[in-house]
Design a protein around this ligand. Structure first.
Ligand SMILES: Nc1ncnc2c1ncn2[C@@H]1O[C@H](COP(=O)(O)OP(=O)(O)OP(=O)(O)O)[C@@H](O)[C@H]1O
Ligand SMILES: Nc1ncnc2c1ncn2[C@@H]1O[C@H](COP(=O)(O)OP(=O)(O)OP(=O)(O)O)[C@@H](O)[C@H]1O
Ligand SMILES: [Mg+2]
Ligand SMILES: [Mg+2]
Lengths: 227, 227
């Protein structure tokens, strides 16, 4: 479902060039569960943003569901970002002036639900991450781990066929992390594709395949025999 | 050096009350190395903000260096926050329009250094967290773990006598986390006090004492025999 060919991403800063990704060629089939690991700054979030159609590569090709992403219209891209892909951002990216409920309900607008239906589905999803009693809190009225869970709920609310989760448990205690990983397992068992970035080996073990990045390149790509 | 007596913090939201801290009485001596752990939402960041003089409790007393914090003047508090205490925020709180170098140099303004001296010290501190080559990048031009390390560098730059670090390694790979913990050890060995919030047991093991919070109360307070 995801196929990249020699993806590179270079940032130009004055006279300096930062090669965030040098050449990434990877193939991920529908229903796979892949974990990306690698040192801080190795290019994981940059790759996730390209895979999630939030950013475009400097060079290389990205084929999603058999179609070249650079040929897609703005409408097609918006549809993919809102209905097909669920994205948990490393820095959450919640709307600061909206409640958790509003934040989680946002992707449902694209799915065509009424306001009452959106609030009901969003509340159920908030409960599934343990935050049913925080629906009316705004992000600055939540703990770090609560904000992270609102970001997870928002990514899951549309039952996405592709979940991209960038360090989804970095601010969570062990017990709460495992609850989140159970939700991802549920989504995966319905046949969806999960791509996870993490630097925690215990979390990476939930995946069936572990890809390690270093300095913008793939260092290794191995099967995990016991997910 | 830090003494709290029945500290409580309640947030009022409409008709609802959230008891973030119910009653915290704790005593931390100069030169101790304490780790706070506990589930997401248990009150750790709220306690850190009170200890760091960034927030005041709803009730209870906080004595810092023998003086009641609620009796301090705005000037005394500003001096403490900028010169005595180094704070690594769970959400980094970097100035978005400034470079890493500027962000790290900011606390040095209080110490009375010249601009050239501030930039030199800030650059050395950035190098100590592995980001000497990212001095000119703004926060949005950095990876998640790089932003976290800039936040750590800013907290360390003034050689604070009390370091408060709220989840300082949540976005870092293992190797980089240990480099940061080595910097904290260096600061500790000079006789300074370190208070760390973490949910990672491996990181908590660097501390000499582990205090666990649950639902706004202290659940346990134990010595770590092998830091
Ligand atoms: N401004 C606020 N208004 C209402 N409730 C708040 C506010 N700030 C924090 N809270 C609540 O206080 C409780 C404690 O928050 P705190 O940030 O101290 O938790 P924490 O232990 O640091 O959690 P985490 O591990 O997730 O960072 C949480 O349940 C949170 O929802
Ligand atoms: N807008 C930008 N301009 C310049 N350099 C950038 C920009 N965005 C990212 N970078 C650089 O690209 C590199 C890769 O960043 P990326 O965010 O993908 O890393 P990462 O693997 O997600 O790291 P982490 O584990 O710390 O989150 C980093 O070295 C970063 O400094
Ligand atoms: Mg990242
Ligand atoms: Mg916190």
């Amino acid at each position: 479902v995801i196929e990249t060919e020699a993806i590179a991403k270079t940032y130009v800063m004055g006279s300096e060039q930062v090669h965030a990704l040098k050449s990434i060629s990877i193939s991920i089939n529908r229903g796979e569960y892949v974990a990306f690991m690698g040192p801080s700054g190795s290019g994981k979030s940059t790759l996730m943003n390209i895979v999630g159609c939030l950013d475009s590569p400097t060079s290389g090709t990205y084929i999603l569901n058999g179609k070249n992403v650079s040929d897609m219209t703005e409408n097609e891209l918006a549809e993919i970002r809102n209905k097909e892909i669920g994205f948990v951002f490393q820095t959450f990216n919640l709307l600061p002036r909206n409640t958790s409920l509003d934040n989680v309900a946002l992707p449902l607008i694209y799915a065509g639900y009424s306001k009452a239906e959106r609030n009901e589905i969003a509340l159920q999803t908030l409960k599934s991450v343990g935050l049913g009693d925080r629906a009316k809190h705004k992000p600055n009225e939540l703990s770090g781990g609560q904000r992270q869970r609102v970001a997870v709920a928002r990514a899951l609310v549309n039952n996405p066929s592709i979940l991209l989760a960038d360090e989804p448990t970095g601010n969570l205690d062990t017990k709460t992390s495992y609850e989140i990983m159970d939700l991802f397992d549920e989504l995966h068992q319905k046949g969806n594709t999960i791509i996870l970035v993490t630097h925690e080996e215990d979390i990476a073990k939930y995946a069936h395949r572990i890809v390690r990045l270093r300095d913008g390149l793939i260092e290794s790509d191995t099967i995990n025999p016991n997910p």
